[in-house]
Design a protein around this ligand. Structure first.
Ligand SMILES: Cc1cc2nc3c(=O)[nH]c(=O)nc-3n(C[C@H](O)[C@H](O)[C@H](O)COP(=O)(O)O)c2cc1C
Length: 207
């Protein structure tokens, strides 16, 4: 069974609607390790060795966060800057993360239609996420298609509930994917969400 490490970064979790839902419906039996960075490190002083050991001990790493200015909140960036050390995560002798998987789980204010070349944001979300994808690749990790809650402020409770169930389902499929066929199908999707309707035909559109 792969071991899941969920690295969560939300600077205003008290006001969160989307991520609160997404986390609330994750079943206990996934046995994932949950790290709330803003709770652990309110002063931004990250315990680098502890974080590195957690990375060594897990197979799939999740970076879950709201999209802030087309990127992640600052504490996750700080975590990436400090924990993914040269000579450990990348560069000469830097193989600690080789072969692990990275899943980004995020929410956006903009709808999916706004994240198109002819949409409001002029680029797809995948294009904005290239720095994360390249970071994963530089560390020898496989970057999975991200799971996204687009249009956060317009999501109905019902859609949010369905998204939360899909997130839980996605993690379970990643855990149970003994023959690799799920990840093979997943890698053909732009977003992990697109891979799930076949498993859950009633999934409403999140665009
Ligand atoms: C400082 C800040 C920057 C933001 N930047 C973006 C952005 O670049 N693109 C976008 O689509 N939404 C942006 N948003 C909207 C958030 O992504 C949205 O409020 C969040 O994903 C909702 O999730 P939550 O209910 O868990 O807080 C931003 C919000 C804040 C507060």
């Amino acid at each position: 069974m792969p071991r899941l490490l969920l690295v969560f970064a939300h600077p205003a979790y008290d006001h969160s609607r989307v991520h609160r839902h997404l986390l609330q419906y994750l079943p206990d039996d996934l046995h994932l390790t949950f790290r709330d960075l803003y709770e652990l490190y309110p002063d931004f002083y990250i315990e680098i060795e502890e974080e590195k050991q957690l990375l060594r001990d897990h197979d799939i790493v999740i970076w879950q966060h709201p999209l802030y200015w087309y990127s992640c909140p600052p504490l996750l960036k700080q975590w990436i800057d400090l924990v993914l050390e040269f000579g450990w995560a990348y560069g000469p002798g830097g193989f600690a993360l080789k072969g692990k998987r990275l899943l980004q789980v995020l929410s956006t204010g903009g709808g999916r239609h706004a994240y198109q070349p002819d949409g409001f944001h002029r680029h797809t979300l995948r294009q904005f996420l290239i720095p994360f994808e390249r970071t994963a690749h530089l560390c020898g990790m496989e970057y999975l298609p991200p799971f996204v809650a687009f249009g956060a402020h317009r999501l109905t409770d019902r859609t949010l509930f369905d998204l939360s169930l899909d997130y839980a389902r996605l993690l379970r499929h990643l855990m149970d994917d003994e023959d690799g066929s799920f990840v093979q199908a997943l890698m053909r999707c732009e977003y992990a969400n697109d891979c799930l309707p076949t498993l859950h035909p009633t999934l409403p559109s999140t665009s």
